[in-house]
Write a new protein. Sequence first.
Lengths: 200, 411
Amino acid sequence: MVHKSLAILVIDENRIRASIIEAGLHDAGHEAVTVINDVSGIARRIAEIEPDVIVIDLENPNRDMLENMFQLSRAVKRPIAMFVDRSDQASIEAAVDAGVSAYVVDGLKKERVKPILDMAISRFNAFSRMARELEEARSELENRKLIERAKGILMKSRGLSEDAAYALLRKTAMNQNRKIAEIAQSLVTAAGLLGPGDGS
Amino acid sequence: MSEWEHRITAGFIPLLDSVLLVVAKEKGFAAVEGIDLTLVREISWANIRDRLAVGHFQVAHMLGPMPIACNLGLTPLAARTIVPMALGLGGNAVTVSNALWERMQAAGAKPDLEPRNVGAALKTVIATRGKGSLLRFAVVHAYSGHNYELRYWLAACGIDPERDIEIVIVPPPLMADALGTGSIDGYCVGEPWNTAAVLAGSGRIVTVKAAIWRSSPEKVLGVEERWAIASPEALSALLRALYYAAEWCAEAGNRDELSALMANPAYLAKSPEWTIPALSGHLQLGGGDMQKVEDFFVPRAKAATFPWKSHALWFYTQMVRWGQIEHTAMNAGLARDTYRPDLYRAALKPLGAALPAANAKVEGALKTATAVGSTDASLVLGPDGFFDGAIFDPDRIDAYIAGQKDRLNSA
């Protein structure tokens, strides 16, 4: 059975994530996909697009405004009502956990909508994972720089070798049950306060 | 270190009236009750509702009408939500752009926050504009005290909120900016987002919730019902913690510490300059004008945390009035049952808290502060008048709804 292609509107201020969702929808054979990064003038856009499904990220502060608009028949010709399926608690939980919400036109069959939501959930999760990994890589690099500076301070002030300086940091961290980077941070801060020296 | 007896996660929106939850945590009132209380700042009321529905939060700082809307099935997603406690009275104001204020002044408005005079001036301004370009006012949510009190005020001043102006939804932190850029002409919001426009020089506070309806309901503690049923001891412990937090907030001597707490980046993240006006009731209106407002925000006195069924029912009558729900006996019952003074009484009676004798009252009946019969402690209620002198009798909601229909039509 052939259906008319669903009109899907993706509202996401994060352009990278929005394009990841868009690509996913295209891959799944959805042609009528519109992405909006900025909600200004959205009532007019919705009237033009007449979306069957609206996907929006939970970080958007304008969800209350959008929901209100969906409920006003003046703004949208067809009522855009509920979350995909209120009885499908697992999908709802997965969506909120992933940070995405979806609204669908009343009367649309849930079999047609569920794959779209599932795709959005998995792409949102993939994006979060990517962002987290990037953040971890960034903080790892920061930590390494901190430890280098802390070693330098110890080498200079205590006349230690590089290995001995690192060993001292590690021992202190173990004794205090803290991370080496935290000890290094304290040392660098203290040296900065006590200066002169290599704290700056 | 002993294990926590209860773990509760509460969602909140960065507004001054989230203060009871913040104080319950930061001043240790929750910890004393054995609660490991986690507060999560959220960015929209829709997120608060959704995360309550999926169990991320057990309780949340909510707009008073929101749990009623959830239980009436008006929202896209909702858990059955109950209100065992309110989070204070009042706290909102109406702010307009400098340009609109100039025109209102020319039409006779004075910086006295007096709803009738200010409303009459606004009506004059609207009449001279014609219907071509409507003034646009913002509120924070369709199911909010702000939406209903703004509409109530306008309608009572002969301005039809459905035809004479446009009402849109804008998130609180964006209100002052929207006013500054001219995309809206005015708004009704909780503090500190009126003071925000005054400090930015982009707007004027023209009236306040406390003047439109004195001692009126605003935010509540929304509780996911299944959790409340499964965890009655945790809920009672939380109500006790919030009760003591409200007591602490009501002490004028704690005001500076309270402002400092709210300035924390995890909470309101705004300096005391933003919060002291609402806490002290000494409002800066803009242009150097100041006004002392009695009962601007009431965290504790006048049974400010008691979840009156008459408050729930008044919100319901406004939902009916503005076409959000059809009035039926069943819907009215759902609204009434959403607020749960029985749970409030059960949790707080052992503390010797001042409890009202009744679960509902005739709103607008008290013209002065009045000592009322209460258990174990003396309690003063009111004044609780509407600015237009109307009375809301929760036993006669059919007549009230019918009467409001007539008033709008005659406007």
